[in-house]
Design a protein around this ligand. Structure first.
Ligand code: PEP
Length: 275
């Protein structure tokens, strides 16, 4: 089983000559984003097939069904090994927002996490950095955990502004969070050009961005917080490329779209996070 280990060095209180070495272990988290796929009965069948394929519990596993299937999937989960993740939430507590879903509703159906800032929300539905940040706060104030997705477009990568883009998204998305709040956040680095295209980032490309994000967290919240924070990779993960990606030092599992719709493939990907 692979557990990412990071080294954190603290200077001693008296004269700086004492170094304490901490090895922190991060449990990988692999989450399937089913997007606008699967009816209620198909969702139940998929989560049941997945449950019966999973043997190990040392990777955290999540599924994000469509809102219409959340309650049914929660009830179908025979055990609590699989986390229930909502794909979106509205930032307001309630009101005249036709077609939207509130935190109270997601809590009511038993969600554990909410995915915020997915590239399809940002680029198809026009969600700004500011709106994504409001949603992060809404989720945390409501008592759930958040998966904050961020990533650059192909143009931004070609222009060499990948790190500038993800740093901006990170700064905005997590601005003002306490260390306790940060502990309830999982980041998902998802290059937009890799989502649903079959063209994954290479392990080196992904690791470079993950490292930069972790460094930014360290600068803002300290080395211990950054060492604990999990950063998933997302973008055309398949059973064939999962292990190479997950074995990178700063990659702590993945956010999986297309391949999570097939129980066998998704289970293989989860298992790749163990090795
Ligand atoms: C996603 O939608 O978050 C995603 C990573 O999709 P895919 O795995 O299909 O690229």
């Amino acid at each position: 089983m692979l557990l990412s280990a990071s080294l954190c060095v603290e200077y001693g209180k008296h004269g700086g000559s004492v170094l304490w070495l901490h090895y922190m272990q991060r449990v990988p988290f692999v989450c399937g984003n089913w997007k606008m796929h699967k009816t209620v009965s198909e969702s139940i069948a998929l989560v049941n097939a997945l449950s019966s394929r999973l043997t190990d519990t040392s990777v955290e596993i999540g599924v994000a069904p469509a809102h219409t299937s959340l309650y049914a999937v929660k009830k179908a989960l025979a055990d609590d090994r699989i986390r229930l993740v909502a794909q979106n939430v509205h930032e307001a507590p309630r009101g005249a927002f036709t077609g939207e879903v509130s935190m109270e509703m997601l809590l009511d159906v038993g969600c554990d996490y909410v995915l915020v800032g997915h590239s399809e929300r940002r680029h198809i539905f026009g969600e700004s950095d500011e709106l994504v940040a409001q949603k992060v706060r809404t989720v945390l104030a409501g008592g759930l955990r958040v998966i904050l997705a961020l990533g650059e477009t192909l143009d931004e990568r070609k222009q060499g502004s990948t790190l500038m883009t993800v740093r901006r998204q990170l700064t905005s998305g997590l601005e003002g969070l306490s260390e306790d709040e940060l502990a309830k956040v999982v980041l998902a680095y998802e290059p937009v050009w890799a989502i649903g295209t079959g063209l994954s980032a290479s392990p080196d490309q992904a690791q470079e961005v993950h490292r930069a994000l972790r460094t930014q967290i360290s600068d803002g919240w300290g080395s211990e917080a950054s060492t604990k924070l999990r950063i998933q990779y997302g973008g055309s993960i398949k059973p064939a490329n999962a292990q190479a990606l997950f074995s990178q030092l700063d990659i702590d599992g993945g956010l999986v779209g297309g391949a999570s719709l097939l129980a066998e493939d998704f289970a293989d990907i989860c298992e790749a996070a163990l090795t």
